[in-house]
Design a protein around this ligand. Structure first.
Ligand code: BG6
Length: 505
């Protein structure tokens, strides 16, 4: 048995604070935040002096939320559960009944925060986490400021605000929300979360590119033919029809998660790993994406909505039959897009993005497809697929390099082969929520994996022309793909027109 390659001896815990979760009786806290807190504590990334204060509209006692914490940990963390640790976390978990979505009620919080700061020796540091419906983001932030609960940005103790998605509904509403947040918090105190940036395989993209010498020389238009970013889900609206019908695939997945993946693939090397340097490079990518003119939308973007079909052998209803979805809804549950990043590195290299609900498989992957060899000397090579680096983000976390090799024997034959690195080699079968690193970073004040205001703005500027064009013209063919298929035929045409095709899953 060799030693695991990841050295875990050098662990520095994040500074102590009270984590205050607005929307703390909801699903995000239960499924993600509480298990993430346990996982962080169990790997010694959490200072023992911290506390968690859950805020919600339901009447719950401290004991009730402590029992919920234990249930969440047992359901979502890797066994065996450390019961002494769990008990310690339970003793540091509290509940306060709201609602806290109107500014003035927040004043009550101040007393509780002082009490917890003293009892848990947190120096007065507070991490406010907005896990509420988005219409409460602005009022809560304004209320925190008005109640005097936000410390100055440059001092100690600190106050920070973590804001969940969606950040606005379009460019105008995102800017309005930003103005409200900035009324109470300075930009370095605002951590706009994108849970994709917390996934280990996504975090690895930056390190893969900029700590290995191997990739950078070929990571450009001379060697890369095109890039595909695919986020396929088997899930449908999942009881979130009321939210989803006002959003759609372009807003829900593409404007945030997928454009962030694109940034990590396309960005220039930063001059250092400091948060602002990395975010500067990302925003440049978004700014280099050409704005789509209204008459171009039909050529570069395809929308879809699923009808009834079959997933894993089980019949599933169409989107319009889902709860809280109008039966004439024209919301996109599928979007495919062809983008170009107009800079010296990428000019002329298409980036194809495709995402959809109720597709045949859950699969998030990024394919870097390389150009063929400049001179094909063997006809057998002509028939082989081109070289590809495929980054499997989830559920199968691995990176595979596809090339071809000679089949043994006297005749020249080629076979496609792949070289694979799997995350399991580094991490065994640990269950992570994806929120561990993000919570740790917010507590440590590291904004690298969070959106900055100008990034949100630039991302909305990419998708806004498409949203406008789609809103102006009602799709006549919805639903246009069956649940369990790979989306509307138009998505294939989008790549076929360029003489390319989607990578087969
Ligand atoms: C969320 C979207 O941001 O991401 C959901 O609102 C989507 O609609 C989810 O299902 C996908 O996240 P993951 O981590 O399961 O790929």
């Amino acid at each position: 048995m060799t030693d695991p390659p990841c050295d875990r001896s050098d662990v520095s815990p994040a500074p102590p604070c009270v984590l205050v979760v607005f929307g703390g009786s909801g699903d995000l806290a239960r499924r993600k935040l509480l298990p993430a807190i346990y996982n962080l504590a169990s790997s010694r990334f959490l200072d023992e002096r911290g506390a968690v204060l859950l805020l919600g509209a339901k009447p719950l006692s401290d004991d009730a939320v402590r029992a919920r914490l234990a249930e969440s940990v047992r359901e979502f963390c890797t066994p065996p559960i450390d019961s002494a640790l769990l008990e310690r976390l339970q003793r540091a978990t509290y509940y306060l009944e709201g609602p806290f979505n109107r500014g003035r009620e927040i004043e009550r919080l101040g007393t509780k925060l002082q009490e917890l700061a003293a009892r848990h020796d947190t120096s007065g540091n507070a991490l406010f986490y907005l896990a509420t419906p988005p219409d409460a983001f602005g009022p809560i932030a304004a209320g925190l400021g008005a109640a005097g609960l936000v410390r100055p940005a440059d001092g100690q103790p600190w106050s920070r605000l973590v804001v969940e998605k969606p950040f606005g509904h379009d460019l105008t509403s995102a800017r309005a929300l930003d103005r409200t947040l900035h009324g109470s918090f300075a930009e370095p105190q605002i951590f706009r979360i994108d849970h994709y940036l917390g996934k280990e395989t996504v975090q690895n993209l930056l390190l893969l590119r900029f700590t290995n010498g191997l990739f950078e020389p070929i990571w450009n238009r001379r060697y890369v033919d095109h890039v595909q970013i695919v986020v396929a889900e088997t899930l449908g609206a999942e009881g979130r029809g009321a939210y989803y019908d006002g959003a759609g695939a372009l807003r829900d997945m593409l404007q945030n998660h997928m454009l962030q993946l694109l940034c990590l693939i396309a960005m220039e090397p930063p001059i250092s790993f400091a948060a602002e340097q990395i975010r500067n490079e990302k925003v440049k990518v978004l700014e280099a994406i050409g704005q789509v003119a209204p008459e171009e939308v039909a050529r570069v973007a395809v929308r879809g909505q699923y009808g009834p079909g079959t997933i894993d052998g089980m019949p599933v209803p169409g989107y319009r039959q889902e709860p809280d979805v109008p039966d004439d809804s024209v919301t996109d549950t599928f979007a495919a897009l062809r983008l170009e990043v107009d800079n010296w590195r990428w000019a002329g290299v298409p980036f194809y993005l495709r995402t959809g609900k109720r597709l045949p498989r859950r699969d998030t992957e990024i394919t870097i497809q390389f150009r063929r060899a400049p001179l094909i000397l063997l006809s057998a090579a002509q028939r082989q697929p081109p070289n590809r680096l495929v980054i499997h983000v989830q559920p199968d976390e691995r990176i595979a390099l596809h090339f071809h090799a000679k089949c043994p024997g006297p005749q020249i034959r080629l076979a496609p082969v792949e070289m694979t690195f799997s995350y399991r080699e580094l991490d065994g079968a640990q269950r992570r929520t994806g929120y561990e690193t993000l919570l740790y970073d917010a507590m440590a004040g590291d904004a690298t994996s969070f959106h900055r205001a100008d990034m949100i703005d630039a991302a909305w500027r990419v998708v806004n022309p498409l949203l406008d064009a789609w809103a102006a013209e009602r799709p006549a063919d919805f639903p246009n793909y069956a649940a369990g298929s790979w989306g509307p035929a138009g998505a294939d045409d989008l790549v076929h027109r360029d003489g390319r095709s989607w990578r087969r899953h």
